[in-house]
Design a protein around this ligand. Structure first.
Ligand code: ZN
Ligand code: ZN
Length: 470
């Protein structure tokens, strides 16, 4: 198997004489050969794990808008520059900051004991000494919504859910609505605080945080998530038919307008330099763990893809742009800032995808592309099939969370779907740490991304399916 050092020789041989098989071919034979070399070399071992080890050890948790997120940007600029990428820069934007405070909860009666909880991101605080009230339990967001107005006056609402693990994490999109909406729905009915069952699939006393939002027409009330075993405990107490009183203390605070930013780096293209193939992951994480799977893994996988292309001495036709997004966790703010900053040149983004579903192996491709791009996309699928990756539907206009503001404007979809069977065991908990990552699975991701990026950056296809301009 050729190593990276032999690339220059092999490629000099491959690239010069072969060229395009014919003018109507979507891709060249030489690019297929290069993609195979990149793929196979990555499968024999990459530095992706070393990169996520560096980020999670040297920076650690990196909450959006915090001093730690700024250190993560410094870490990224330092390393992207060291790798020899070009146009390395921070594209700053401002956000409303939020910081976690103290957080405790306990059952006061009838069975006094502590509960494992965590504030949801953006929650308001309780009074410094907390609130104590009777808990009213609901099994789902729908059940809470069915409760009459004012029915929760001076009560604490508890809302459960029935999320179960899936390979592709597809149930998250449905159940996460509880996290977003519970405080508003409970507040609208007069509650003074809200507890939810964590949006997660583990059975540990690890509450899951995550962002929530308020509505201007409802007074904000504090909200926290119980770990799954603590939610089970509360539900069992309720089955005994006695009134349950809980004391809840949360002291998060808003930190005003603070800076976040996307970090950008490029491998400039040769003859089609204005056209972009964009990949990346989000640099911010929640503050409880070190954000190894969410999303240090995506940052590391995509950094390593560019690093290997650069190290092999390869020059793509199109510019390969890496974006390490800021403030994803608090509302895709980096993605929106990017789509706004480049609003006049969005169509230069030919295709791209974000890695943001942990460090598990890729098992499927989804996309939403036109007929013209089908030949090259099908070739990508064929080239990654030996990695255990199957073709999926062509109806998923998603390229990952931070590219979704661009997808909404017509950016064609492409996504590698990772095995997320255990993703929601760890997601947004103190347990999101480096030891959960299998380096070999990251190598498989790097191999697949290399095939995608190299073929997309060099094919004859510039239009993957942006809708016709009005
Ligand atoms: Zn994420
Ligand atoms: Zn997340």
């Amino acid at each position: 198997m050729p190593n990276l050092r032999s690339y220059a020789v092999i490629l000099a041989f491959l690239c010069v004489p072969s060229g395009w098989a014919s003018t109507d071919t979507a891709y060249s034979k030489a690019d297929v050969e290069t993609a195979i070399l990149l793929r196979d070399d990555a499968m024999s071992g990459t530095r992706a794990w070393n990169i996520v080890e560096s980020l999670t050890t040297e920076v650690g948790p990196r909450l959006a808008g915090s001093e730690a997120e700024a250190r993560a940007r410094d870490w990224a600029v330092k390393n992207l520059t060291r790798y020899g990428f070009e146009n390395v820069r921070v594209e700053a934007f401002m956000i409303e900051g939020w910081r976690r405070g103290a957080e405790t909860a306990e059952v006061v009666s009838p069975f006094p004991q502590k509960l494992a909880i965590t504030s949801l991101g953006n929650s308001v605080a309780t009074p410094p000494n907390g609130v104590e009230a009777e808990v009213v339990l609901f099994e789902s967001l729908a059940a809470l919504r069915a409760a009459p107005d004012d029915s929760l006056k001076s009560k604490i609402a508890y809302v459960g859910h029935a999320m179960k693990r899936t390979q592709d994490g597809s149930s998250y999109g449905h159940f996460v609505r509880l996290r977003s909406a519970a405080a508003v729905e409970a507040g609208r009915r007069g509650a003074i605080a809200t507890l939810i069952r964590s949006i997660g699939t583990d059975s540990h006393r690890m509450p899951h945080t995550g962002n929530m939002s308020y509505s201007t027409d409802v007074t904000p009330i504090p909200i926290a998530a119980l770990s799954n075993p603590d939610a089970d405990q509360l539900e069992r107490m309720a089955q005994r038919g006695q009134s349950i009183r809980v004391k809840l203390t949360l002291t998060p605070s808003y930190t005003g307008v603070v800076q976040s930013g996307n970090v950008v780096a490029e491998l400039p293209g040769s003859d089609l330099a204005d056209e972009l193939v964009v990949i990346g992951g989000h640099l911010d994480s929640w503050d409880l763990g070190t954000g190894a799977i969410d999303d240090g893994a995506g940052v590391a996988i995509t950094m390593e893809v560019l690093r290997r292309i650069k190290e092999a001495g390869l020059k793509p036709r199109r510019t390969i742009r890496l974006v390490l997004w800021g403030a994803e966790e608090v509302g895709l703010l980096g993605g929106y800032a990017y789509a706004d900053k480049y609003k006049d040149t969005l169509r230069n983004h030919v295709i791209g995808t974000e890695s943001d579903f942990g460090a598990g192996r890729i098992w499927k491709i989804t996309r939403n592309i036109n007929e013209q791009a089908k030949a090259v996309a099908d070739k990508i699928a064929e080239l990654v099939e030996p990695l255990g990756i199957a073709p999926g539907s062509n109806s998923a206009r998603s390229s990952g969370p931070d590219l979704s503001p661009m997808n909404a404007q017509g950016f064609p979809g492409f996504r590698f779907v990772q095995d997320g069977s255990d993703y929601f065991d760890l997601h947004h908990t103190p347990d999101d740490t480096l030891d959960k990552i299998d380096p070999a699975a990251m190598d498989q991701n790097v191999a697949a991304y290399l095939v995608f990026v190299w073929m997309a950056a060099n094919s004859n296809v510039s239009d993957w399916g942006w809708p016709a301009e009005k």
